[in-house]
Design a protein. Structure first.
Length: 241
């Protein structure tokens, strides 16, 4: 697993709403406001690159017929085709479970017209596959177009989602790194302003974000195998002359 070095975010000085409204951000006003409050709020950042260890894939399909029994038989046959498709591509279908199941009866819904050729019953089923072989799931999901060739009517396409389960294992070290980075920023600010860093007044142990490794609006962390974990701590220190 590749790791990124902890990166200290520059000191973020928080002076309180009253001081912001008073316009202390001009010339020497920053130090005047800072000296009055005698505190500094800083943020520290730590990041890790991680790889998902579980893939979750939903496969939704449907079957229609004039009778409920025939629709059920078609759905059952299609489920068998899906299991064969998974097995042929190296995935174990034994872990496949039914995530949702819906029966539409057009007579009950009031949409059935004997004069048209629409079938009465449509059954929709969503199957759920979980696997630790995330790369294989991704590769097989790209072959989903093979299923219609087997007569399976897909009800849309769901990309697999990829989960990283080790967050609790890496979080303590990330909190420690981010806290050190925050203190370094606070210490530099105190030194530059001729003050001494004292005790912690307030602390937020860390806000965690799970992002795509390449963080763009086109990518979603849930559907990316490789992710970036970002943790930000916010700490307020007391200052003295």
């Amino acid at each position: 697993m590749k790791q990124l070095s902890a990166v200290g975010i520059g000191a973020l000085i928080v002076f309180g709403l009253g001081m912001v409204g008073s316009g202390y951000f001009v010339g020497g006003g920053i130090y005047e406001a800072f000296a009055k409050d005698r505190q500094v709020t800083v943020k520290g950042l730590a990041e890790r690159e991680v790889t998902a260890d579980v893939a979750v894939w939903k496969i939704s399909h449907r079957a229609s017929h004039d009778t409920l029994a025939d629709a059920k038989e078609k759905l059952k046959a299609d489920t068998a085709s899906i299991k064969s498709f998974l097995q042929e591509n190296g995935l174990d279908p034994s872990g496949l479970t039914v995530n949702s199941y819906h029966i539409q009866d057009r007579v009950s819904d009031g949409y059935f017209n004997k004069d048209n050729k629409a079938t009465r019953f449509t059954l929709t089923q969503t199957l759920l596959l979980q696997s630790t072989d995330v790369e294989l799931v991704r590769a097989v999901s790209q072959k989903i177009a093979d299923l219609p060739e087997k007569g399976v009517v897909l009800n849309g396409y769901n990309q697999p989602t990829y989960v990283f389960q080790g967050l609790n294992d890496i979080k303590p070290d990330m909190v420690a790194e981010a806290t050190r980075a925050a203190r370094e920023s606070a210490q530099k600010f105190a030194t530059d302003s001729g003050s001494e860093l004292e005790t912690i007044l307030y602390a937020n142990q860390g806000v965690v974000q799970i992002l795509p490794l390449i963080n763009t609006s086109e990518l979603n962390a849930n559907t990316e195998i490789h992710k970036k974990i970002r943790l930000v701590t916010t700490i307020t220190y007391k200052l003295a002359d």
